[in-house]
Design a binder for this molecule. Structure first.
Ligand code: ADP
Length: 395
């Protein structure tokens, strides 16, 4: 692509140059013809005073209408007559036309006429300028098309890669609980394994936990279809967000405590009521807390801080953790669909890269905003901002 573009540019500049040369040749031959004819007429008439008009007339006949200076010099190059008041004609360089005057039979002439066109460059350029502008505009358009195509291609490739990663992750995530459950059922079937009440209890606990995990994964996959379906209807109702948060915190307490950590809540908002879809808003808080636990440091117990407050009629909810944090270069992409921060060897958490894309889309559907602040190695804070019930009532 780049090669062909460079080729097109080179071809165009070559054409322009050729065109410029052609125009210049055209101008030169027109001038030479005019000067030759004007010289002949001067010789016939012998009126040196009419020289200016003679040259102008001949030039016009050849389609050249641009100011000129002329001078007559003898064979030593001494100036005899000039159309200029001062002598700077000689200083204007040597880009002038020479026409011998009063040639004798042996083609020797005592005098010559020199004519200089101060605006020659401009005139020649004017002829090709429209062509040059068109060429430049088409080249620019071509360049834009190339760039857009390349950007689209790269984006498409990234998306295709993310989708493949997603499929691999999903298969892994769904297969693990399925194989654990099937192993447990094999144990129950196996006559050689003694069925003590403890053993039955532990096997049924494994089955319950894994089923829960499986249904959680399926729920996550279902969120994709919600993401795809822009018009998914939300069932809005007035909800006390503090109650909703407390519910999610309860279900996370065991998980966090099992890792030796804790959840600190600081629900300060005096106006915690908002119109939300209860299920989806619960999912939002759930996903943020789930990530906070998932991306905690292995050696440090997770500490989650959930805070709410009111600001300008809005309800703000902050979910902060002391986890691994997110590097700056990844921050702006974490809300993209299928985007996962390359984890390297730091930890090995499987996910689909959909959680935050879902969170963001849902927050926007609640007329809210979400932003993230994070420091690599220190922790991450997500802040959601939605209108309260009171603010909505005013509007
Ligand atoms: P995933 O299924 O990978 O968790 P998400 O959309 O929920 O997908 O998150 C996208 C990425 O953002 C994750 O892969 C993770 O690297 C990063 N991330 C999200 N939340 C946190 C957090 N609390 N701390 C550190 N990294 C996070």
């Amino acid at each position: 692509m780049i090669l062909s573009f460079v080729g097109v540019c080179m071809l165009q500049s070559y054409y322009l140059e050729t065109l410029l040369d052609l125009r210049e040749d055209n101008f030169n031959s027109g001038v030479k013809r005019s000067l030759f004819l004007a010289a002949r007429q001067l010789e016939d008439r012998g009126e040196i005073g009419a020289l200016h008009d003679l040259i102008t007339g001949e030039l016009l006949r050849n389609g050249i209408n641009t100011p000129f200076y002329f001078t007559i010099v003898d064979h030593n190059g001494d100036q005899l007559l000039t159309s200029l008041d001062d002598n700077d004609f000689m200083l204007e360089g040597d880009d002038y036309y020479t026409q011998p005057l009063f040639e004798n039979d042996s083609h020797e002439s005592p005098f010559s006429l020199r004519v200089y066109f101060p605006e020659k460059r401009r005139v020649v350029w004017k002829m090709v300028s429209s062509m040059a502008v068109t060429t430049m505009v088409t080249t620019l358009l071509l360049l834009c098309t190339y760039i857009t195509t390349i950007v689209l291609m790269v984006r498409q490739r990234k998306l295709a890669q993310s989708k493949t990663d997603f499929m691999n992750n999903m298969t892994h995530e769904l297969k693990t609980p399925i194989s654990t459950i099937s192993l447990a059922s094999q144990m129950l079937e196996d006559g050689a394994v003694s069925k003590t009440p403890e053993m039955l209890k532990s096997v049924s606990r494994v089955i319950r936990d894994e089923t829960k995990r499986l249904s959680f994964q399926v729920e996550k996959v279902l969120q994709i279809s919600l993401l795809e379906n822009e018009k998914a209807a939300l069932k809005f109702k007035d909800v006390d967000i503090h109650e909703l948060i407390k519910g999610v915190v309860d279900s996370f307490n065991i998980k966090v405590k099992s890792k030796g950590g804790r959840i600190e809540t600081d629900l300060q908002a005096g106006e915690p009521l908002a119109t939300v879809d209860e299920l989806h808003f619960t999912n939002i808080i759930f996903n943020l807390m789930d990530n906070a636990v998932k991306y905690s440091k292995e050696e440090i117990p997770p500490v989650l801080k959930i805070k709410t407050w009111n600001e300008g009629g809005n309800l703000l909810i902050s979910v902060a953790d002391n986890g691994i944090g997110i590097k700056k270069e990844h921050l702006k992409h974490i809300f993209d669909k299928f985007h996962r921060v390359p984890t390297g060897n730091v930890h090995n958490v499987k996910g689909f890269g959909l959680g935050l894309a879902y969170v963001k889309q849902m927050v926007v559907k609640h007329n809210g905003h979400i932003r993230v602040e994070s420091e690599w190695g220190k922790g991450t804070e997500f802040i959601i901002d939605i209108p309260t019930l009171k603010k909505q009532a005013y509007e």
